[in-house]
Ligand binder design. Structure first.
Ligand SMILES: Cc1cc2nc3c(=O)[nH]c(=O)nc-3n(C[C@H](O)[C@H](O)[C@H](O)COP(=O)(O)OP(=O)(O)OC[C@H]3O[C@@H](n4cnc5c(N)ncnc54)[C@H](O)[C@@H]3O)c2cc1C
Length: 414
């Protein structure tokens, strides 16, 4: 088989959450007119396994609309936990009472949550299943895109197997360390945080009642996020060395450290999944497009996970790129041409930069035990807590329903 060249309209390098969502969105919205290939280096069985990724994601209402349009939501909705309330606090660990600084009702309207929690391996499994039944979509895994060359006819990508793919547009969805971004000559701006995010799933003895808690501690935010079946997902930020020490503790010691931060609200705690520590950074690609190449997801941007927005921002890229590509195809434009790609970049780069910088500012504001600053932020949050219009604004932000939304995020077809 080695040495074959196959032709597609769009080749997507990276078939994780963002790459697979884009592949399904393009094939679905192209209604058989486009041929899409998506390539991922991870073998399918490992990609679906819970042991591969113990994280869970807060999916905004806008992201849920996208998955509803693509037929993915029906596959996962029974396992998604609606976030019904959000509590934000910055009390110290030794404080006897832990009053919340800010409390949000997590609903956009009666019975419509602003976000759901879903385990990453469940989402990835559902995206793989949907890709397998979507016409016009070829999913090659395990396979890699090693390199690419540009020419008048499009872009030719060399694969790890020795085969090649010729496409009009190459999309890099290959994650934060994107090798294709570098090969396209796109640099990034950003910085690493001295923190790492510990992620773990715990069983709890008392119900969480759908409440997500964000506890801002001086070392970094500690989030307790509700999962189905009396479980919670922790996203626990600590200085890097300390994070590695905590992840390496035995189960009893790990639970004891978690209990110190969670208090008695959840009853007995048990280990209910793998734990890992992720280095955290903020990065933004200086351009989201190059000749015949577009970046999406973490290849284009990375944000601090304190508000659970990284994947949601990537899914905004998916919906925007799908819309400009499909509309370009209907107009008979070359899918890798400047008019198509520049429209995508204008739509997404400023929004992504704004999100990244907002998360960074929040992290700096709250990871600080300075007394006047604590007083000022308590005052500011107290004001937000008392003014319903501010609260409605923040809930719509969390739901991803602000700004100029692509149609798929509004639950509409392209
Ligand atoms: C601790 C933590 C908690 C988070 N919580 C949330 C949350 O609650 N909500 C939220 O919205 N976001 C959250 N995020 C962010 C979210 O996880 C990421 O934004 C998301 O995983 C990015 O997806 P992606 O598809 O762009 O990249 P990735 O998931 O990194 O996928 C890249 C894929 O590309 C493949 N690949 C790489 N190179 C090649 C190649 N050359 N050829 C073929 N394949 C290749 C890899 O195998 C991989 O599958 C969190 C992040 C962290 C670290």
């Amino acid at each position: 088989m080695s040495g074959e060249i196959e032709k597609f309209d769009v080749l997507i390098a990276g078939g994780s959450f963002v790459g697979l969502s884009l592949a399904v969105a393009l094939a679905h919205s192209g209604r058989g007119a486009l041929r899409i290939a998506v390539v991922d280096r991870t073998p399918l069985e490992s990609a679906r396994a819970a042991t591969n990724d113990g994280r869970a994601s807060a999916l905004s209402a806008a992201s849920t609309h996208l998955f509803q349009s693509l037929g993915v939501w029906d596959r996962v909705s029974a396992q998604a936990e609606p976030i019904t309330d959000i509590d934000i606090t910055d009390t110290r660990l030794g404080d006897i009472a832990r009053p919340s600084l800010l409390h949000f009702d997590g609903a956009l309207a009666e019975g419509v949550p602003a976000a759901h929690m879903l385990e990453n391996h469940v989402l990835r499994g559902a995206l793989i299943e949907q890709a397998e039944v979507t016409d016009g979509l070829a999913f090659l895994a395990p396979e890699t895109v090693e390199d690419f060359t540009l020419h008048a006819g499009g872009v030719t990508a060399r694969l790890g197997s020795g085969d090649a793919i010729l496409a009009s547009l190459l999309v890099a969805a290959d994650g934060r360390k994107s090798a294709l971004r570098k090969k396209a000559g796109i640099k990034t701006i950003g910085w690493s945080y001295p923190q790492a995010g510990i992620v773990a799933t715990l069983g709890i003895g008392k119900p969480h009642n759908g409440c997500a808690v964000q506890h801002f501690l001086p070392q970094g935010p500690f989030a307790i996020l509700p999962l189905q079946g009396n479980r919670v997902s922790l996203v626990w930020t600590e200085p890097r060395t300390r994070a590695l020490e905590i992840v390496g503790l035995d189960d009893t010691e790990f639970l004891s450290e978690a209990r110190k931060r969670m208090g008695g609200r959840y009853g007995d705690l048990t280990i209910a999944g793998p734990r890992a520590a992720f280095p955290l950074d903020m990065h933004l690609a200086r351009a989201f497009v190059a000749e015949k190449v577009a970046l999406v997801g973490d290849a284009a941007h990375g944000v601090h996970p304190l508000a659970g927005q990284g994947l949601n921002i990537g899914l905004r890229d998916v919906a925007a790129l799908a819309e400009v590509v499909i509309e370009g195809a209907r107009l008979g434009l070359d899918l890798g041409s400047a008019p198509v790609l520049e429209r995508y970049e204008r739509w997404r780069r400023f929004d992504s930069a704004f999100s990244g910088l907002s998360m960074d500012a929040l992290n700096r504001l709250f990871t600080n035990d300075n007394a006047p600053l604590r007083a000022a932020r308590s005052l500011g949050l107290g004001v937000v807590d008392r003014v319903p219009v501010f609260k409605r604004f923040f809930v719509r932000e969390a739901a991803g329903l602000t700004g100029t939304l692509p149609r798929l995020l509004k639950g509409q077809e392209i």
